[in-house]
Ligand binder design. Structure first.
Ligand SMILES: O=C(O)[C@@H](CO)OP(=O)(O)O
Length: 251
């Protein structure tokens, strides 16, 4: 068995307002619910209980991840650590589905099309129009992207834009000996887990990440997980919540 060289903690944001309403969210910048705030604080308690003290935080540009990390770190008394944020950690862009009800979409298009859009590796949903109320066109936080602003993404696209950031910003922090916290989203974290664990394009379809429960990865010197799949700090709550994510869209 390989030995642990680096410590990485992945944290999906707590329940968001649109998670609660069961709407496709993607890059829409919704806030946490009360439950989501409580999950974030609980994440901080779990870090403390486990003796994990993040040295650096990486987040997306979306408030549900930013707020979750802030709350968790506040509870863990690590609110002061350096932070780096990147659109490359954002949720998968859900294209024209952003703002639609998951259950209604499933009913309208059928289970196969619904799951293809939700979980297929390389089929993106239809593109969002720039004049949609849920488009990010003109949003100053994405100004640097110009015409490359995503209008839809499949998981393959997320991996392609997330991995350069992993290599350029997260890996150097790990190699410097920092305990790294990555606060991000269901599908951007699925992309990272796929990379770390070498999950196949077929198997990643069935992998879901619950909200608000820290997932600890000890990595060896080659940045490979010592334990495949990592370890949720509250495994029982994680198992239940994973099932809930898998069942989303079913009434
Ligand atoms: O709507 C979304 O952006 C994501 C995460 O909440 O949902 P899903 O799990 O359906 O990909």
């Amino acid at each position: 068995m390989s030995t642990a060289a680096y410590t990485l903690i992945l944290l999906r944001h707590g329940e968001s307002e649109w998670n609660q309403k069961n709407l496709f969210t993607g890059w829409v910048d919704v806030d946490l619910t009360e439950k989501g705030h409580a999950e974030a604080r609980r994440a901080g308690e779990l870090l403390t209980q486990e003796g994990l003290a993040p040295d650096v935080l990486h987040t997306s540009l979306l408030r549900r991840a930013i707020t979750t990390a802030n709350s968790a770190l506040d509870v863990a008394d690590r609110h002061w650590i350096p932070v780096k944020r990147s659109w490359r950690l954002n949720e998968r862009h859900y294209g024209a589905l952003q703002g639609l009800d998951k259950a209604e979409t499933r009913e309208k298009y059928g289970e196969d099309q619904f799951m293809l859009w939700r979980r297929s590796f390389d089929t993106p949903p239809p593109e969002i129009e720039d004049d949609s109320e849920y488009s990010e066109a003109g949003d100053p936080r994405y100004a640097e992207l110009g015409e490359d602003l995503p209008r839809t993404e499949c998981l393959k696209d997320v991996i392609a834009r997330m991995l350069p950031y992993w290599d350029s910003d997260i890996v150097p922090d790990l190699q410097a000996g920092s305990t790294v916290l990555v606060a991000a989203h269901g599908n951007s974290l699925r992309a990272l887990v796929k990379h770390l664990d070498g999950v196949s394009d077929e198997d990643i379809v069935g992998l879901n990440i619950p909200t608000g429960i820290p997932l600890l990865y000890e990595l060896d010197a080659d940045l490979r997980p010592v334990e495949r799949g990592g370890r949720y700090l509250d495994p029982e709550a994680a198992a239940e919540a994973i099932q809930q994510v898998a069942n989303q869209g079913k009434k």
